[in-house]
Design a protein around this ligand. Structure first.
Ligand SMILES: [Ca+2]
Length: 247
């Protein structure tokens, strides 16, 4: 008799508890600690538009310039995010690894004077060029659909600051006419790189500030998981995706 009385009641309670879990988890947790947390994995593709680099360097489509295309500046970053959410506000701490996509090639600066010299550029070869970046972001999410539904859309927009540490080297060759050398002293850098020892490694700041401006589309589903498509500025122009869970 006891079992017959208790079992249905227990099942009933469990059913109600599960129902509450799926429907009101967010509300309950927000009441518990006033905010939600989120962990995400991010992937971003970074690049500097060729049109911008055309301001400072010739490319192969210029008459008389070196025949091979100038290298494109780009990188891939993968990273982790830890975020705190309250209402539409998101505060994110992030860290990431930057893998450079820069290839070796010839950099011929644009002359502002009347004399144009296409042989005065350096040949630059990245060696293990990569980096570790981290920072802090804020975003405000404008809801596009009811955020309390199991599936919802939002437009996060925001920005942040970070710092990056660059590892690896930029090995270079100069034109023979610009230095004292016994190796191809009359040849430009795009010839010397294949037959001469490098002339050195470029000096540059190992730490760089990172400015982040982001606009995204956040797709939330099952009250727990989300995928964010985003783009903006991450020192370079970027587009990317991040995905994770909320708890
Ligand atoms: Ca030049």
């Amino acid at each position: 008799m006891f079992l017959f009385a208790v079992l249905p009641a227990t099942f009933f309670n469990v059913a109600i508890a599960q129902d509450n879990d799926t429907i009101n988890t967010r509300d309950l947790e927000i009441r518990d600690r006033d905010y939600l947390m989120q962990t995400n994995v991010r992937y971003r593709n970074l690049f500097v538009p060729d049109a911008l680099m055309d301001t400072w360097f010739y490319n192969s489509d210029t008459e008389g310039a070196y025949s091979e295309p100038r290298p494109s500046i780009g990188a891939t970053v993968i990273g982790l995010e830890y975020a705190f959410l309250n209402e539409g506000n998101t505060w994110t701490i992030w860290g990431e690894y930057m893998g450079s996509k820069l290839e070796q090639g010839y950099w011929d600066d644009i002359e502002t004077s009347e004399t144009v010299d296409h042989d005065d550029g350096d040949w630059v070869r990245p060696d293990n060029f990569s980096g570790w970046w981290g920072g802090f972001n804020y975003a405000y999410t404008v809801p596009l659909t009811d955020p309390n539904k199991a599936i919802s859309l939002g437009l996060p927009m925001g920005g942040g600051l970070g710092v990056g540490y660059i590892t690896g080297n930029l090995t270079y060759w100069r034109p023979g006419t610009a230095i004292e050398t016994d190796c191809e002293p009359a040849a430009p850098a795009y010839v010397r790189y294949s037959v001469c020892e490098p002339d050195g490694e470029k000096e540059f700041p190992r730490f760089l500030p990172i400015l982040d401006i982001s606009l995204g589309l956040d797709v939330n589903f099952a009250n727990r998981a989300h995928i964010r498509f985003e783009g903006g500025l991450h020192d370079m122009i970027y587009y990317g995706i991040s995905a994770g869970g909320t708890f």
